[in-house]
Write a protein that binds this ligand. Sequence first.
Ligand SMILES: [Zn+2]
Length: 283
Amino acid sequence: MHTPPKDAAARRAVAPVICYPVEALPQPDLTLLRTARKRMVKTDEVLIPARQARCFNAKAGQFFRISCPDGPQVGDLNIWNANNLAERFYSGKTRALHGTHLSTGCRMWSSFPNLRPLATITHDTLDWYGIDEFGGSVHDVIGTRCDPYTNNLLSGGQYHHCCHSNLTRALAEETGMALAEAEQHVHDVLNVFMCTGFTRDTGQYFMKASPVRQGDFLEFFAEVDVLGALSACPGGDCGSEHSSDTAQCHPLLVEVFTLESGALKGWVPPVPNGYDRSHGAGG
Ligand SMILES: [Zn+2]
């Protein structure tokens, strides 16, 4: 360990600068969406059994809602442009734009070169939680997803119901792809209902029992035709451990809602990003 320089305190005291001022982003019309959702009608639902994943579809202009119908349960969410699976949720850039945890008004941005909102969060019954004394908050985009490879590294075991594997099986079943092909489309998730943060002393990723209770939900507006996959994490409320069958687990529910025609008057679907993709070629 090196000796701190004489001006170490002054260097540490430099004030931070927000990397991406969120005010510069194209803003969702939350007033329009709040008005529209009051009269939406449920048109589909998918129940996700404990320690499993299932796919669901929401057309552009529909809402989808993830809820805990039973007991506290964390969900790992993947979403794609249903018409082009190469365009998928970009957890890292979403984190850079909105912060470590998402709530109402945040958007789920898609991968390059499109970088546009796939979905916008319109309602969050856990928005009261904020950031707790440990630095924890809910609905994170910092964890990646529990997976059998990390589990194997740490424990040497073969566990098949990590969210990564659940999502892989669900996508394979939905699309008819082989498992190995489907796995290539599985990506870093939005950890729905999960309560996480980084420890203040060592900067390590931590989880704690989710504050979610029966009836809580997180709701989204589909900005494009969305194919979603949701895994009911084997960690249950993620208060103790995941990547095993130890934790008590519960199902999750996805409900899809449709609006009456004309309810989205003034809404404009997001277009692909405006960068010309020449990357400076030709000088
Ligand atoms: Zn998981």
